[in-house]
Design a protein. Structure first.
Length: 90
């Protein structure tokens, strides 16, 4: 009964944390910066073209992942689960 809210909560959390700069500054291994650190470094060093390209690719990746998860849910979840929280026609 709670499958749709769990999927949506996970997607919301992923999208909120994926490019969050303070969290990624604390948790990354030296020598392998996450996307948000690399973007911030390029933008702060006046490499605007590279930084903006990285930003666009990171957002495109996040949107593709959200689409893949929602599409997978639509294909793999039983019909009863997909109807939970939907509108009633009649």
């Amino acid at each position: 009964m709670v499958s749709r809210p769990i999927v949506m909560a996970w997607l919301f959390t992923f999208c909120g944390v994926f490019l969050e700069l303070p969290l990624s500054q604390l948790l990354y291994q030296p020598g392998s910066p996450p996307a948000s650190i690399a973007i911030e470094d390029n933008l702060s060093n006046y490499h605007f073209g590279v930084g903006m390209a990285q930003s666009v690719l990171a957002v495109a990746f996040a949107l593709a992942l959200v689409g893949a998860v929602l599409g997978g849910y639509r294909l793999l979840a039983p019909a009863g689960w997909r109807r939970i929280g939907g509108t009633v026609r009649g």
